[in-house]
Design a protein. Sequence first.
Length: 134
Amino acid sequence: MGEATGVVVLSLITAAMVGAVWLLVHFVDAATLGQSGTRRIWFTQSRQPIPDGLPIERIAADIRRIRPQARQLESGMPMARRIAIVAAYDEALLDACRALEVPTELDRLTDGLERESERLRTEAELERAGVDLG
């Protein structure tokens, strides 16, 4: 029985050495395989959905802060500043529309009068959706 035990021990040592060499050669592949298995386990656990973009409360606060400046542009204000204020206000309105899934054409219109009309319509729709534009 001593000879059989020696053969078994020698076989186990050989298998361990082959496994160690394989692991050294394929370490990156083995690590990637372990990470993907961990990710699969992590992704299958239930999680709360993470919302895209800013919270609606923050967007509404931005709208309330920018709206008075966009509505009453001061005389003597440089044109670049006027354009920037109105653009910031429009972007805040678009953020609110995206967050609440309110349809708007504000991002597509370029004509000044049509854009102003769409801005007013968008404000009314957001107020109907519950946003306090103050």
